[in-house]
Design a protein. Structure first.
Length: 206
């Protein structure tokens, strides 16, 4: 019997869908979009990495070096999977999809995704989620994949529900943004769920 507590995250696959493919980062090619994601105030708001619209860190040489050091080492990570989301029609990077926080004893992972504005509202994100979550269950042998989404991001919550994630709890007032408290919604999908619907749950079960 295969020991799924030792899921092989050292393999960095290329996952191909109709609209997108997920692949390891090509830093020189992907850097402009990755840089724009890190500088985007809306991305900062939705991920909770900023606490108000006025916050912005200058993009300087140190920030550029940190970005390149981070993405340049994603291929060497053995406990997480970071892949570029690439639009097949153009061949350009649209963002990133990540499985991280691997818990081998419980065969679970966290999931997150970030897309640049040009990659949003066209079904790219939904397909990217299906691809990497499917890989997590079908190739890595995970049992549970979870995520967090803030209450002021209902569009993302609906997208996750469309792929089979269900709400399992709420961390009330977890984020203080621009003087207002925001709930953090915890969602998950389990391997038995995925076996039933493969990321396309019936509408009455979302």
């Amino acid at each position: 019997m295969k020991d799924h507590s030792q899921a092989d995250f050292s393999v960095k696959p290329t996952l191909v869908g109709e609209k997108v493919l997920l692949r390891p980062f090509l830093l020189d090619q992907d850097a402009p979009v990755l840089r724009s994601l890190l500088q985007d105030p809306e991305v900062g708001r939705l991920t909770g990495s900023t606490h108000g619209p006025a916050e912005s860190d200058p993009w300087d040489e140190a920030a550029e070096e940190a970005m390149r050091a981070w993405y340049g080492t994603r291929h060497a990570q053995t406990d997480r999977l970071d892949l570029a989301v690439v639009e097949r029609a153009t061949g350009t990077c649209a963002g990133e999809a990540v499985l991280n926080e691997f818990d081998g004893a419980n065969r679970s992972c966290n999931f997150r995704i970030a897309l640049a504005p040009a990659g949003q509202d066209r079904g790219l994100g939904t397909e990217a989620v299906r691809l990497i979550v499917g890989y997590g269950f079908e190739s890595l042998g995970l049992h549970r994949i979870s995520l967090n989404v803030f209450a002021f991001n209902p569009r993302a919550r609906r997208a996750y529900e469309n792929v089979g994630f269900v709400v399992e709890g709420i961390r009330r007032d977890a984020l203080l943004y621009d003087g207002a408290w925001v709930d953090d919604i915890i969602m998950s999908v389990l391997a038995p769920d995925w076996e039933r619907h493969h990321g396309r749950p019936p509408a009455d079960r979302r």
